[in-house]
Ligand binder design. Structure first.
Ligand code: GRF
Length: 213
């Protein structure tokens, strides 16, 4: 039986779409359990529905607290027999109330080479700092924001004439290549959280790439 991944989004959903695309291959180890958005206007919901994936909106604004919202997300994930969860551009901070229930089974992709540039506006900040390499990180989620054990990273070169948008586009291409591979490896049981570190069994192909393109 394939492990089932639930994907949480807030917007565009290109990382979600990349995982859906990978899952079309019968040999891909993960099945998509459901896609959940916290915003009704999340474009990714339409993409998922067009693929016949159960896609639901759980609008956080209609809940009295973070915890009641999280309870409903948890309930929906369980209802769809979710084994593990991938946050993919999910822009709502999750509390320990949710995170502890999915401990070791909750992944996020962040658009920087952590531990540099936690939080928002990572591409602008990378340019301000003058770093020469930038990229993305897939990590386990822990209560401290963007601080969980690192599973995989992808890097791009920063160009002298980069703008935040151009840099973001090149990083996103690496994100879209990296995340499906990590989700597949997770589903295959090759990634575990052990003693506060991500234990990755064998190399994940192409996950530590540096792209000069
Ligand atoms: C990505 O850059 C991701 O790293 C960040 O939010 C963005 C989401 O993009 N967390 P998309 O919705 O997957 O296209």
């Amino acid at each position: 039986m394939k492990k089932r991944v639930g994907i949480l989004i807030s917007g565009r959903g290109s990382n979600m779409a990349a995982i859906l695309q990978a899952a079309r291959d019968p040999a891909y180890p993960a099945a998509i359990a459901c896609v959940i958005a916290n915003r009704p206007d999340a474009k990714g919901l339409q993409t998922a529905r067009a693929e016949g994936i159960p896609a639901l909106c759980i609008d956080h604004t209609s809940f009295p607290s973070r915890e009641t919202f999280e309870d409903e997300v948890h309930r929906a994930l369980v209802e769809h027999q979710t084994d593990f969860v991938a946050l993919a551009g999910f822009m709502r901070v999750l509390t320990p109330h949710f995170i502890t229930r999915w401990d070791g089974r909750l992944l996020n992709i962040h658009p920087s080479l952590l531990p540099s540039f936690r939080g928002l506006h990572t591409h602008e900040r990378a340019l301000e700092e003058g770093v020469k390499l930038h990229g993305c990180t897939v990590h386990f989620v822990v209560p401290e924001l963007d601080a969980g054990p690192i599973i995989a990273q992808g890097a791009v070169a920063v160009w002298p004439d980069d703008t935040p948008d151009r840099l973001a586009a090149r990083v996103l291409a690496v994100e879209n290549a990296l995340y499906p591979r990590v989700v597949g490896a997770m589903a295959a049981g090759r990634i575990t959280l052990r003693d506060g570190r991500a234990d990755v069994d064998g190399a994940i192909p192409d996950t530590s790439l540096v792209s000069f393109a």
